[in-house]
Every structure is written in structure tokens, then in C-alpha cells.
Ligand binder design. Sequence first.
Ligand code: PLP
Length: 392
Amino acid sequence: MNWIAEEQKAVFQTYYRQPLVLVKGKGSFVWDEKGKKYLDFFSGLAVDNFGHCDAAIAKAVSDQMRRIVHTSNLYYTIPQIQLAQRLIKNAFPGKVFYSNSGAEANECALKLTRRWARKHNLGNEIISFESSFHGRTMGAISLTGQPKYQKGFEPLVEKMLYAKFNDLESVGSLVTEKTCAIFVEPVQGEGGVIPATKEFLQGLRDICDQENILLVFDEVQTAMGRTGNVFAYQHYGVKPDVMCLAKALGGGLPIGATIARTGVAEIFEKGDHAATFGGNAVVCRAALEVMKKLTPAFLKSVRQKGEFLKKELMRLKSKYPFITEVRGLGLMVGLVLERPGKVYVEMARENGLLINCTQEKVLRFLPPLTISTDELKKGIAVLDKVLGQRYE
Ligand SMILES: *Cc1c(COP(=O)(O)O)cnc(C)c1O
């Protein structure tokens, strides 16, 4: 069966896919239908933080599948409550709303900011950032400061203003009595793996405190250990009022979560928001396993591996003049090129390594957090080989 030809006939053609039909995964590796093995430096877009088919997650999920799977949120289930307790304990005092994706986690935050604005007599203007990414629903593309995601889908949700990332002055010039919230990724992911500076996040916190504006961190990509802390903001010592999670939270299953601090979560009243699948028992069991794995010792190993990866990439930078920068946090790392990176993604794949390129010129590495140093070395060796090929 030619599955790729079949897909073209049956599935919306909205994705730029690599020509690989993946049938199996284990740890840091996946296999295609022909039996070829690939080292995975992408982790299903920062989702498979514990590698493929983790045994503890599989066990918890299959156990829950046999107990109770789905009830709707018209009833209580225990894993959902346990997960919320655990998330709050690791983040800040507050409450959790469950959904199914990153875009939905942001939608919840958007609706919350509308209520906040009314309650505190603020306007409805929201500030987000150029080269940000917040998802693909109408609300989320409106928040996303990249015209390519909005073009042809207008009218957008009002009223979004885009400031320059890591530039407090540009934020200051947009803040007025009409502003009700600032949405920001602590490390821009899709935008090119750009970490916020400490001064920037602290400055945003100060502005929000002065003006009674909500500070929302979109940690959909950066959370769950990816940067070497459970949440990326913990590197900065700056707390948000609202935080959005998804991607790696469910150990590969779809879940979104919006955490709002005490004093903000309470502005939603009964009936204000809902999601049929939101936080069902099975995904919450999976997420509980993910949370259990994020021990201080494990997070330390992620930071060490992140440093190792960056160091090795710096070595490649000194070897190849067309590499301009190595940047990132923990195991979320970008290699900035002077030229389009697509051919390197293709050559890496042919050599058994899966990587990603974002913003055309940034090779993005998101290996499983469980990857071994040996596996990292193997991947870097492939990169070295591929970057040394003649470029056309
Ligand atoms: C991936 C991503 C989203 C969107 O998540 P979906 O689950 O695809 O809706 C939102 N924000 C950030 C920062 C992301 O990386």
C-alpha cells in the first residue's frame, strides 16, 4: 500500500510532511514502514518528552482504560483532581481548567482576560509579540504575531497589538488603560527558539503589576521539563497570573491546561467555559505519570544534557561559517543558519536523524528529555556530516 498517496486522497492537505510513514517507536528512536530506524531529535514537536512508548505511561493509561475512560465533566473523576493538585503544587497557588490542546489552553486564557477586563474596567486590548506562536484557532491566530498564519482568515479576533519580543520599550509604548493582558512565551519556539531575557520578563511583570494587567505565559512548548525546569518561567523567577500548558503534558495524549492564580481563576463562574473531553480520566492518568517523572535529579540531567548539546553545537558553529548562532534553554535548542535549513532536514533524515527547521533558517532540536549522551553524540555526528555536504 502506498500510504502517502492514500493520505493525499483522504486527508486535508494542510501539512508539510516528511515522506515517512512511522509505525513504531521506542525511547529515542522511531521506525518507518520499511523498517528503517531514525534517531528522533524532534519528539513529535516537543510532546514525547519521555521518548516513545514509555512503559510507565503505557501502564497507567491501560490501567485507566480498564477502570473508566470518559465521563464528561458533569461528574467528578479522581485523576483529574490529583493532576490539578500536582500542577498547582509545582507552579503557584491557583486553579486549573482542562482542555485538549495548546490553542484551546490559550482560548481559555483569552476568555478569562475578557472577564478580567470587565471586572476591573479595563479595555479589551491584548498585547502579544512579533514572531510569537499561540496555535491555530481563530483566537490563537489572532494572538499570534505572524501575518502568515492570519492571511486570508480575517476578520480576526479583536483587539491584538504586537510588540517586539525582548524589547520593553515597544511594550511600554502600547500599554494604555485599554490594555487587559500580555501573552508571552518565555522561550519563543516556532518563532525561532528565542529565550526571553530576565530583564524582559521581569519588566513585563512590573508593567502588569502597575496597571493591574494579566500576565499570561504560553508554556505550551516550554513546560514539562523541556528547558530543564518543570516550567520555563522558573529559570527567571518571574511568575505569571495565568499559564497555558499542552504538548508534553499528556505523555503523547492530547490535553491542554490553563492554570490561573488565586484571585484570577475565581472570575470564571459556573457555566462560563467548558470542554467535553477536557481532562478526561485517561489523559490525566498519563499526565500524572509525566509529573511524577519530573524529579529534581531528572531536571538536573536535562540541564546537563542541554549544556552538552549547546557545547557540541558551538563546536559545529566554529567549524561552519554559515552558522550564526546557537541559542535555547535546556533541551530546546536552535541552530541559526545564514541560509534555508530545509535541505539539512532532508539530508539528516536520509542519514537516520529527525530534526526540524522553523522560520526557514533555524534548525530546531527537541530531543526526548530521556535521551542518552551517547545518542546525543550520534545525532551531532550526523549533523556534522550533513552540514559538511555541498550546499545547493
Ligand atoms: C504548539 C503550540 C501551541 C499550539 O498548540 P496546539 O496543541 O497545536 O493547539 C500554542 N502555543 C505554543 C507556544 C506552542 O508551541
